[in-house]
Design a protein around this ligand. Structure first.
Ligand SMILES: Nc1ncnc2c1ncn2[C@@H]1O[C@H](COP(=O)(O)OP(=O)(O)OP(=O)(O)O)[C@@H](O)[C@H]1O
Ligand SMILES: [Mg+2]
Length: 574
C-alpha cells in the first residue's frame, strides 16, 4: 500500500524532474533566507542601535531589504513553476483515467454512474494537483524553517528553548491524532460529492421526463438529500479543521506568553539580554509559521490522498479485454457469421442464451423478430464483441471474434442502435462521426442515400445546424436517418440494424425502409424488426424468444405455419 503510493508519487515527479528540483531547491534557499533576517535584526539591536545611525546600519538595512526582495522573487517563481507542475500532473492523470474509462467495456458501464465518474475525473484529480505542489514546497520549507529556527532558539537560550520544544512536541502529537480523523472525513466527503454530481447529472439528463411528469420537486428533493449528506460530512470535517486551525493561534499565544514570562525572569536574573529575547520571539514566530503550514499540508495531503485513492480504485479495475494480446487478427473480409454453442447471461442474471446456434451465410439478409426482452439487441451486441461469452464462440468467416482486434471487428461490423445517439455538434459532424476524413461530397452522398439530404438542407444552417444535446432539436425520424447516413459513410461489410421502437408516420417510415434497403445491398445484414414489414423481404426470418430461435423461415413459410410469427403479423394488422 505504502509502496504503491510512493511509486505513484515517484512516477509523477519523474516526469517533471526539472520543475520538481526547482521547487525543492528554491524552497530550501527561501527557507534559509527566512532564517537569516532575525539574526541580522538582533545584530542591529545589539551592536548598532546603541551607537546611533551609522553607515554599517544602513548597509545592514540594505541587506535586509535585499533578502526580502529575493524571497519575494523566489516565492513568486516557486508558485508559478510549482503550481504549473501540479496542473500538468493533474492533466496527465485525467488523460490516463479517461483513456482507462474509454477502454472499459459495456459491462462496466451497465453498473457505473456517469456523474460519479465525472466527479472523480474533474474534482478529485484537481485536489491531487494541489498536493503535488504542496509536497516539495511546504514540506521542505517547513522542515528547514522548523529545524533551523529550533537550532537557533537553542543557540539563543537553551533553557527557554527546551520548554518551548516540549510544548511543540505535545502539539505535534495532538495534530497527528486529528489527522487520522480528517482522512476518513475527506474520503467520505469525496464519495458524497460524487453521489451529488451523479444525482444532478441524472436529473438534468432526464429533464424532459421530469418536466412531463412535473417532478421538479422530487428531483430537487433527491438533490437536496445528496446535498445534505455532503453537508453533514462537511460539518464534521470543519470541526476538525477548526480545531486544527484555531488550535494554532491558541497554541502560539500560549508559547509567546511562556516566552515573555520565562524570558522576563531570565533577564531579571541577568541570564538573557533584551535583544536575545526579541530575536527569540522572532524565531519563535518563524517557527510557528511552518507548524501552521504543516497543518495546512496535512489537510491538502488528506484531500489529495483521498483523490489519489479514488483515482487508483478506478485505475485498478481491469479493462475490458478489448486490447487483449489474443486479439491479433484483422478482418480483411467479413461476410459469413456463425454462433456456435453460445452461452451468455448478464452479470448476476440467469443465462439468456444457452447453447445457442445460428449460421448466417455471406450476403444473407436475416430478419429477427420476437417479443420484447427476447434477447435481440443482446445478440447483436455479442456479435460486436461487447460482452464476453460464458461459453461457445462467435466467428466471422471462420475466425473467432475473440481473436480479432476490436477496431477491425467494429470497422467491419456496423450497428445502428435501437435508440440513436447524437452528439451536441453539427449535423455534418454527427454524420461524419468515426470518419473524420470524409469530404463534404461523401457526406452529402451518404445523406442522400439515407434520404436525409432534403430535410437537412431545410434546417436553419443546413449541415452546420447544431442538433442540441443528444440531438434534441431533431425529430425521431430525422435522428434515425442521420444514423443511417452515418452508417453509409462508415460502409461496414456486415450490417446490423436494430430498428427503433418508436413509431413513425407512413411517409417517414417508407423513407427509412428504402434507405435501410439500399444500405443492406451487397452486405450480410441482420435486421431486428419491431414492424414486420421491415423484414418481410428478408431471405430468412427468425423468431427469437427467451434466447431461443423458435421459428425460422421466409415470410411465406412462417405465415403458413400459423405460429408466433403469424400471430404477431395478424396482431399488427388488427
Ligand atoms: N445491460 C444489461 N444488464 C442486465 N440485463 C440486461 C441488460 N440489457 C438487457 N438485459 C436483459 O436481457 C434481456 C434481453 O434484452 P434485449 O435488450 O436483448 O431484448 P430485446 O429482444 O432487444 O428487446 P426489445 O425488443 O425490447 O428491444 C432482457 O430481459 C433485459 O432485461
Ligand atoms: Mg432491443
Amino acid at each position: 500500500m505504502l509502496k504503491e503510493r510512493i511509486n505513484f508519487f515517484a512516477e509523477s515527479y519523474a516526469a517533471h524532474k526539472k520543475a520538481f528540483l526547482f521547487v525543492a531547491i528554491g524552497s530550501l534557499v527561501g527557507a534559509a533566507l527566512g532564517l537569516l533576517s532575525p539574526m541580522l535584526i538582533r545584530h542591529v539591536m545589539d551592536e548598532l542601535l546603541p551607537h546611533g545611525i551609522s553607515s554599517e546600519m544602513i548597509l545592514t538595512a540594505g541587506a535586509l531589504l535585499a533578502i526580502y526582495a529575493a524571497s519575494y522573487f523566489l516565492n513568486y517563481k516557486i508558485e508559478v513553476v510549482g503550481r504549473g507542475m501540479g496542473a500538468k500532473i493533474e492533466f496527465k492523470m485525467r488523460e490516463k483515467l479517461f483513456r482507462h474509462l474509454l477502454r472499459m467495456g459495456y459491462s462496466f458501464y451497465d453498473n457505473a454512474q456517469s456523474g460519479q465518474l465525472l466527479s472523480r475525473l474533474v474534482n478529485d484529480i484537481s485536489e491531487v494537483g494541489n498536493l503535488m505542489f504542496a509536497i516539495p514546497h511546504l514540506f521542505i520549507t517547513c522542515s528547514i524553517t522548523l529545524l533551523g529556527s529550533a537550532a537557533l532558539l537553542f543557540y539563543l537560550n537553551w533553557q527557554l528553548a527546551t520548554v518551548v520544544t516540549a510544548l511543540l512536541i505535545f502539539k505535534t502529537f495532538t495534530t497527528i491524532k486529528l489527522n487520522g480523523e480528517m482522512k476518513k472525513m475527506f474520503m467520505q466527503a469525496r464519495q458524497n460529492t460524487g453521489d451529488l454530481s451523479g444525482q444532478i447529472a441524472e436529473s438534468l439528463q432526464g429533464i424532459r421526463l421530469v418536466k412531463i411528469f412535473s417532478c421538479e420537486e422530487k428531483e430537487l428533493d433527491k438533490m437536496l438529500r445528496a446535498g445534505e449528506n455532503l453537508l453533514s460530512v462537511q460539518k464534521n470535517s470543519f470541526q476538525t479543521v477548526g480545531k486544527l486551525h484555531g488550535g494554532v493561534d491558541f497554541f502560539s499565544n500560549i508559547v509567546n506568553l511562556t516566552i515573555i514570562i520565562l524570558g522576563g525572569a531570565l533577564i531579571s536574573l541577568g541570564a538573557m539580554t533584551i535583544s536575545d529575547l526579541v530575536a527569540f520571539l522572532l524565531y519563535m514566530m518563524l517557527c510557528m509559521r511552518p507548524v501552521f503550514q504543516l497543518m495546512m499540508l496535512t489537510e491538502v495531503y488528506q484531500r489529495g490522498m483521498a483523490g489519489v485513492e479514488r483515482y487508483r480504485e478506478l485505475m485498478n479495475l481491469p479493462e475490458s479485454n478489448e486490447l487483449s494480446a489474443e486479439r491479433v487478427a484483422k478482418l480483411d473480409s467479413a461476410s459469413a457469421i456463425e454462433f456456435s454453442h453460445v452461452s451468455f447471461g448478464y452479470e448476476n442474471n440467469p443465462p439468456l442464451f444457452n447453447d445457442f446456434n445460428l449460421s448466417i451465410a455471406a450476403g444473407e439478409h436475416v430478419g429477427i423478430v420476437g417479443m420484447t426482452g427476447g434477447g435481440k439487441t443482446t445478440l447483436c451486441e455479442l456479435l460486436l464483441g461487447m460482452y464476453d461469452l460464458d461459453g461457445g464462440k462467435i466467428s466471422i468467416d471462420g475466425r473467432d471474434i475473440k481473436t480479432v482486434k476490436t477496431d477491425s471487428l467494429r470497422r467491419e461490423v456496423g450497428m445502428i442502435q435501437q435508440d440513436t445517439f447524437l452528439f451536441s455538434a453539427s449535423v455534418r459532424d454527427n454524420i461524419a462521426y468515426g470518419r473524420e476524413d470524409a469530404t463534404d461530397e461523401e457526406i452529402f452522398e451518404a445523406a442522400k442515400l439515407a434520404e436525409a439530404h432534403e430535410f437537412i438542407s431545410g434546417l436553419p444552417n443546413g449541415y452546420e445546424t447544431f442538433v442540441g444535446e443528444r440531438g434534441v432539436k431533431l425529430s425521431g425520424g430525422q435522428k434515425q436517418r442521420i444514423a443511417i447516413a452515418r452508417m453509409f459513410l462508415r460502409n461496414p461489410k456486415i450490417l446490423i440494424l436494430d430498428e427503433a421502437t418508436s413509431a413513425l408516420d407512413n411517409e417517414t417510415e417508407r423513407q427509412i425502409q428504402r434507405a435501410m434497403q439500399k444500405l443492406s445491398e451487397n452486405r450480410t445484414t441482420i435486421t431486428v424488426a419491431h414492424r414486420l414489414a421491415t423484414v418481410r423481404n428478408s431471405n430468412r426470418i427468425l423468431v427469437l424468444e427467451h434466447g431461443n430461435i423458435t421459428e425460422e423461415g421466409t415470410h411465406e413459410n412462417l405465415m403458413e405455419r400459423r405460429g408466433v410469427y403469424y400471430n404477431l403479423s395478424t396482431n399488427a394488422a388488427a
